[in-house]
Design a protein around this ligand. Structure first.
Ligand code: ADP
Ligand code: MG
Length: 391
């Protein structure tokens, strides 16, 4: 039984712990003064287990401090997922709640997987394979997700487009090939990118809400949910936790951080934003957050190098090449799906345009880090900043 395989880790996390940078696959960033723990190295690819214990040399907890509990999973969305409880739930309750979070993540992981199919499930891999064919009946959860994806397309004026699959696949294949044979690394042909782009219209995604069917109208088109899937699943897990009255929980699903409520002492959680100049290993600033989501997209994620030039994984539909406005972009807003969509979309537009979009949505705070290291933030983001290291 899945549950019995899980090792519940009542962590001796000290009150001030290693941080998680708000960024996918964040590393420990030497942030002794941050709160959110994360980044145990996977003990195994399959088993959930305990996150890393606190590094040596940290402050002792206050005598009455509640010991946080944590659970880590390695099987969802090709990344590491953490569930933390800072509220002092009983071991049994935490086990129940984290097991349900794991179940939710597992369901979305399977539905969103574009590389594998699972028995008894019509997922996005099936939908992509069936492009140009008849409508396929899918789980209502997938319909709701695709409706959200379409909304995000409209909201971002098409900068975040889940139908960009044909273009993204060319970049993905080059990145994979570069990983295997770095000497012969190459980028996609310009003509191939243009031809692929002809198969990325959002109208090619046909959703029938009444019959729960979905169809891609063009056999050359495909869905890629890398920009939205994790954030959306994270939000569904947060929604569950809120529905059972959980407070003082933190989810970190591959860098998509979502705080459920606040700590019992109302002190929020300190988290660090990676410094892109140090390849994301150091931190550019620390912020304090509560009851919100925090997502960072950065050029230090999933890149490959050709003739000394780096090519990262966020593709600007205006150029069909990696967007070059920023080194990283952080979004803080309550809904993790929105945060994830915006982290990708706003990466592909100027800070002025991003600022205007954030203002029109409301409740969205942003931090831009430019390639030269300069930082800019929205007025509301300034209130979150706790520390900026001197360089
Ligand atoms: P991460 O997955 O590292 O957290 P993002 O949330 O920024 O990063 O999403 C990047 C992923 O989204 C890419 O790997 C790719 O699959 C997809 N993607 C890249 N550019 C776009 C775009 N303009 N619109 C939609 N999806 C994109
Ligand atoms: Mg994103």
């Amino acid at each position: 039984m899945r549950r019995s395989r899980q090792i519940l880790a009542a962590l001796l996390l000290l009150s001030l712990l290693l941080l998680s940078a708000c960024g996918a696959g964040a590393e420990e960033t030497g942030a002794e003064k941050s709160d959110l723990p994360q980044t145990a190295e996977p003990a195994s690819r399959d088993e959930p287990g305990r996150p890393s214990a606190a590094p040596a040399g940290q402050e002792s907890p206050a005598p009455q401090a509640i010991e946080p509990k944590g659970m880590v999973y390695y099987t969802y969305f090709d990344t590491v997922s953490y569930v933390y409880d800072y509220a002092g739930d009983s071991a049994e309750r935490f086990e129940d709640r984290s097991a349900e979070v794991s179940h939710i993540l597992s369901e979305y992981h399977q539905l969103f997987d574009i590389y594998h199919e699972y028995s008894g499930i019509t997922n996005l891999c099936t939908v992509n394979k069936n492009a140009g064919g008849a409508p396929l009946e899918v789980d209502r959860k997938l319909i709701d997700f695709l409706l959200c994806a379409r909304e995000m397309y409209t909201l971002t004026d098409g900068e975040m487009n889940v139908m960009l699959g044909a273009v993204l696949r060319l970049w993905h294949d080059c990145r994979e090939a570069a990983g295997e044979d770095p000497k012969n690394a190459a980028i996609p042909e310009e003509a191939a990118l243009r031809e692929a782009y002809a198969h990325t219209g959002i109208e090619l995604l046909e959703i029938d809400e009444e019959h729960n069917t979905v169809r891609i109208a063009d056999p050359e088109a495909s869905i890629d949910v890398g920009a939205l899937g994790k954030g959306y699943a994270t939000e569904r897990a947060a929604e569950y936790l809120e529905s059972v009255g959980a407070e003082g929980y933190v989810l970190n699903i591959g860098g998509n951080i979502r705080c459920i409520g606040d700590r019992p002492d109302r002190s929020g959680w300190k988290t660090a934003i990676r410094d892109p100049a140090q390849d994301g290993q150091g931190y550019a600033c620390k912020i304090r957050i509560r009851d919100t989501a925090c997502v960072t997209s950065g050029v230090y994620e999933r890149y490959f190098t050709v003739k000394g030039q780096r090519y990262h994984h966020i593709i600007d539909r205006d150029t069909l090449y990696p967007a070059d406005y920023f080194a990283s972009l952080t979004v803080v807003t309550r809904d993790s799906a929105l945060a994830d969509a915006l982290s990708t979309a706003l990466f592909c537009m100027s800070a002025e345009q991003g600022m205007a979009l954030a203002e029109s949505i409301g409740g969205v705070e942003l931090l831009w880090i430019f390639p030269d290291g300069r930082m800019q933030w929205t007025p509301g983001f300034a209130d979150l900043i706790e520390e900026i290291p001197e360089n």
